[in-house]
Design a binder for this molecule. Structure first.
Ligand code: 5GP
Ligand code: ZN
Length: 110
């Protein structure tokens, strides 16, 4: 999608370093990290949010990628966040999963 920042990143427009990439998705550092490790896992296909996601196999592929990166980085404790809709904190309307780690994470989230 032309005006989507994550589509542009996936397209290589900003020469973003990908921590992980496969046929279906990319992972890169969040520009405004909320924890020492804050990585975004983003499907290459432009899907606005979980509400528009029909291919649930993609969810498995994303979690597999998260586990792979966690293992590579020797991270055992982390939180995965999927904000869906504005009131839940979704700002970029291209589905993405946050992986947060490296500090004590509070519960419940704000
Ligand atoms: P959301 O609030 O939609 O769940 O998360 C969007 C995330 O994308 C935010 O944590 C924000 O910091 C991150 N973000 C927004 N624009 C960019 C960008 O251009 N590059 C990177 N690396 N992260 C971005
Ligand atoms: Zn997009």
């Amino acid at each position: 999608m032309n005006d989507c920042i994550f589509c542009k990143i996936i397209n290589g427009d900003f020469n973003t370093d990908f921590i992980y990439e496969n046929e279906k998705l990319v992972a890169f550092n969040d520009i405004n990290p909320q924890a020492p490790t804050h990585i975004l896992f983003v499907p290459k296909e432009h899907i606005e949010s979980l509400n528009e996601l029909n291919n649930t196999i993609l969810i498995k592929e994303i979690y597999d990628a998260i586990k792979t990166v966690a293992k590579e980085k020797e991270i055992s404790d982390y939180r995965v966040v999927l904000n869906t809709g504005k009131n839940a904190g979704q700002e970029v309307m291209h589905i993405h999963f946050h992986m947060l780690s490296g500090r004590k994470l509070n519960w419940p989230p704000g």
